[in-house]
Ligand binder design. Sequence first.
Ligand code: UDP
Ligand code: MG
Length: 314
Amino acid sequence: MDLSIIIPLLNEGESLPELSAWIERVLTENDLSYEVIFIDDGSTDNSWNVIGNISQKNNCFKGIKFQRNYGKSAALNEGFKAAKGDVVITMDADLQDSPDEIPELRKMIIEGGFDIVSGWKKKRYDNTLTKNIPSKIFNAAARLSSGIKLHDFNCGLKAYKRKVVKSIEVFGEMHRYIPVIAKGAGFKKIGEKVVEHRARKYGVTKFGWERFVNGFLDLFTISFVNKFGKRPMHFFGLWGTVFFLIGLASVIYLIVSKFIYTDFSLTNKPAFYIALTAILGGMQLFLSGFVAELVARNAAERNVYLIEDRIGLS
Ligand code: UDP
Ligand code: MG
């Protein structure tokens, strides 16, 4: 099979008929064999019925329905597991990504030899203040920390070699940084293609303000896990030692100054305590966060989701 198209969706019933007709037209015109896997991430509208109807007319359209909303990353991960195509495409369900881009993306993987080709919404039809500007900051941070030269990490429209999606695991809200995860797994040929972006035609965005905070925390985690996931002590040990030495030096300094200066007053300054507790507390939180992340990654059920129903897939 040439292509698996993976489409995570949450309450996008209005868009699905138009989207699937469009995909069908483009892929038939280009003479490509394909499957489309819709992952219904706990929709409460009629999405699942619509998927059933689409699949009745064309059994290349398949579906997985989650018991509840687990998030876009979980949906993608489940789609990656099910995909059978040589090239795997992910796209959003809301008609913001154009299916017309699919043949060219596939070509870049097959003929250009890329492991991943990420879409770049160079001209973006989203709210400038809440989406476009924060996204520029995100992308700059991701570029800086990962060394991957992409303009638009979080673009929903991407193409992958099958091997890539079978080798990586996406959970939490890590879908924003799949190229970073893939690079960590050793897939280095990551390309970019400017894609057409369109305004949302139906419904509303499913991501609120939390994405700012979650997005940045996930970036820290991925950088950390990529680098130290298999050798956490090199991180904790080094910084633990550094902090221990700083602490030791401070104590020696305090003891010595007590004897030298009679009007010794460092500990009378509230700022001293605030700085001390803040630094210690902050370190504690971060380190426990990383440790928790490592533990979570080893939990057997980290990527197990309850599935309510399937269409066309066993
Ligand atoms: N989505 C999902 N689960 C969620 C949130 C979103 O499957 O918990 C889907 C959503 O239906 C859409 C895609 O992920 O197909 C991108 O979401 P959205 O368009 O709301 O994001 P935006 O384009 O506003 O960043
Ligand atoms: Mg969208």
